[in-house]
Design a protein around this ligand. Structure first.
Ligand SMILES: [Zn+2]
Length: 89
């Protein structure tokens, strides 16, 4: 499933800031999400090594949950809103 940005059209990945689910601990850490057709997400760090927390696995799983439960993420190119493609259908 792709995301749709109002300015850029269809995009594969949408990004979000760790602050949204990790508060100040993850502020400024950028994550990128891909959505599978079943609604689940694959999440990765935009820049490997930027998640400087002891329990990386825990936070990555929270990032995945956040991406799956939030339909409005950010476009990595223009920082506009990116929503899953099927929401517009
Ligand atoms: Zn865009």
């Amino acid at each position: 499933m792709k995301f749709n940005c109002g300015s850029c059209g269809k995009i594969d990945e949408a990004v979000f800031d760790g602050y949204l689910f990790g508060d100040r601990l993850l502020e400024g850490v950028k994550f990128a999400a891909r959505k599978n057709d079943d609604g689940s997400c694959e999440v990765r760090l935009m820049e490997p090594g930027t998640l400087a927390v002891p329990d990386e696995k825990h936070w990555m799983s929270l990032a995945k949950k956040f991406a799956e439960q939030n339909d409005v993420l950010e476009c990595p190119a223009c920082y506009g809103q990116a929503v899953p493609d099927d929401m517009l259908a």
